[in-house]
Every structure is written in C-alpha cells, then in structure tokens.
Design a protein. Structure first.
Length: 275
C-alpha cells in the first residue's frame, strides 16, 4: 500500500509539473462574453461588407482568408452597403469601413448588436487619421488591427492584453511590435470551434428581418463615437483597449470594443505611455 501511495503521489507531481509547464496561452480562453452568431449548421457563412479604399481592400482580403481557415467559419467579402463615414450596420452582416474619422483617439472600433447571446449584425471601423501617420502606415499594423477587429465580430476576445509581453503570434494579442501578430493562430481557431461547437434552431447571419425584433432606437443607431458607446465595462490594465456596452433592455444591447492609438511619443488619449 505504501508503494501504491508513493506511485500515486509521484504521478500527481508529474501531472502538476506538466500542467505548469504548458504555455499560458494554451490554457487561456478568449470568448467575448459568450456572444456568437446563431446558425443551424457549420461552418458559419458570414458576409463582410466592403466599404474600403484601395489601400484597405487587400488587407480585408487577407483577414477574410485567414479567418476562413477555421473549420467552423467561412467569410465572404461582398460590396458594402454603408457610407464609410457612419458605417451603418446591416442585419445579418458585418460592415467594414475606413475613413478619416478625425483625432478621436481610437485606432479601430468593432461593434456587435446582441439579442440574448446571439450576434445579429456588426461593424468594424479603422481610422485613417492615424493610419496615415508614420507610426501606423504599415501593412503589419493594418493587418493586426483589421484581423483583430473583425475577429471580435465573431465573438472572440483577446488572448493577452499586456502589450509588453512576448508576442503570441496572433492578431488577438496586444503588442507595439505587430510584425508577428498579423494573423490568427491555432488557439484562435480552437476557440472558434469551442464557441461554435453547438448549433441553433435559426440563423442570425442572414439579411432578414432581425431589425424588426430590436428596439427602434437600437436598430436606427449609428455608432459614430464615444457618445454612442454606452457604459465602460472593461479596460485593459494599461488602458490601451476598452469595451463599452449600450443596454436597451430585454437582452438587447450593443457592445463595442475600442483600441486606442498612441502619438509619436507612445502616449494614448488617456495619457498612458506604451513604449
């Protein structure tokens, strides 16, 4: 019995040591509040409305291709239906827009319209006021921000929110050195499988009458700036990224993720230094 106990004890130590040695990102989960698109089968067929300049078109093509490598997700780029300046949402789709939105402080914004736990529409905006500067006018920065903000509209959150940590080689990781963080990694694909492991009795990823089920104020709202984001519900430890929620009651809300830009000295709109 003593030998059996010793063997069991050693086995337990080996398990603990092995578990502790695993990279932290392997153990992480990064679902965004459990939000997901309803669908009756996989893969989820989701349309990305292109409201972009020639500079951003190939960036969205890369993003769409990358995320469509998931076994549960298939994105298609279609002509957009939004004015890029306001990037108005379309039921059952994600509208993707770029424009010179001004010195707003934000680099990219992703918003999702929620009914219960289901996403019914989404928007992504990237701010050329900052992407036209020497700091952000690179393919690497454009790929990282587009990939991350579109990833949020699937229901993904970040893998890591500390920009000084070593890169995880995923666009869902904060960094001020984006070269190796331009695309999803395997953990992102694994998380999508987890999020979309079940199916639903209906789909929200079609241009149907979803807006008819929303409160009118929610359906008609244009997310043009902080005044429409609602209540701050999460901030990364350095304030580089924030999440806001606008609650309309009855399980209806709009959730917005914001990534802030930094100036030439590495300082964001909140006064936090990132270099």
């Amino acid at each position: 019995m003593q030998k059996s106990f010793r063997r069991g004890f050693l086995a337990s130590l080996l398990f603990v040591a092995t578990f502790a040695a695993l990279p932290c990102n392997v153990l992480a989960e990064h679902s965004w509040g459990g939000y997901h698109w309803a669908r009756t089968s996989n893969p989820l067929a989701l349309k990305l409305g292109r409201n972009l300049s020639a500079t951003w078109n190939p960036i969205l093509i890369t993003t769409s291709y990358d995320w469509s490598q998931s076994s549960v997700l298939d994105t298609t780029i279609i002509p957009g239906s939004a004015n890029p300046k306001n990037c108005r949402a379309t039921s059952g789709q994600v509208q993707v827009c770029n424009s010179t939105y001004g010195n707003t402080g934000w680099l990219g914004v992703a918003s999702i319209w929620i009914s219960g736990s289901h996403i019914t529409q989404g928007t992504v905006k990237v701010n050329d006021t900052y992407f036209n500067t020497s700091t952000y006018n690179t393919t690497a920065w454009r790929n990282l921000v587009m990939c991350q903000e579109v990833g949020h509209t699937f229901g993904l959150d970040h893998q890591d929110e500390n920009f000084t940590n070593a890169n995880l080689n995923t666009c869902m990781d904060y960094t001020n050195l984006p070269d190796s963080n331009q695309h999803p990694n395997q953990h992102d694909y694994d998380e999508l499988v987890t999020i979309y492991s079940h199916t639903d009795s209906s789909t929200t990823a079609k241009q149907t009458l979803q807006n008819g089920k929303m409160p009118p104020a929610m359906a008609d709202l244009e997310i043009s700036g902080p005044g429409q984001w609602g209540k701050l519900i999460h901030s990364s430890h350095d304030g580089w990224s924030e999440t806001y929620e606008l609650d309309f009651g009855g399980g209806h809300k709009i959730v917005t993720h914001v990534i802030w830009a930094v100036d030439e000295d590495g300082v964001d709109v909140h006064g936090h230094r990132h270099r």
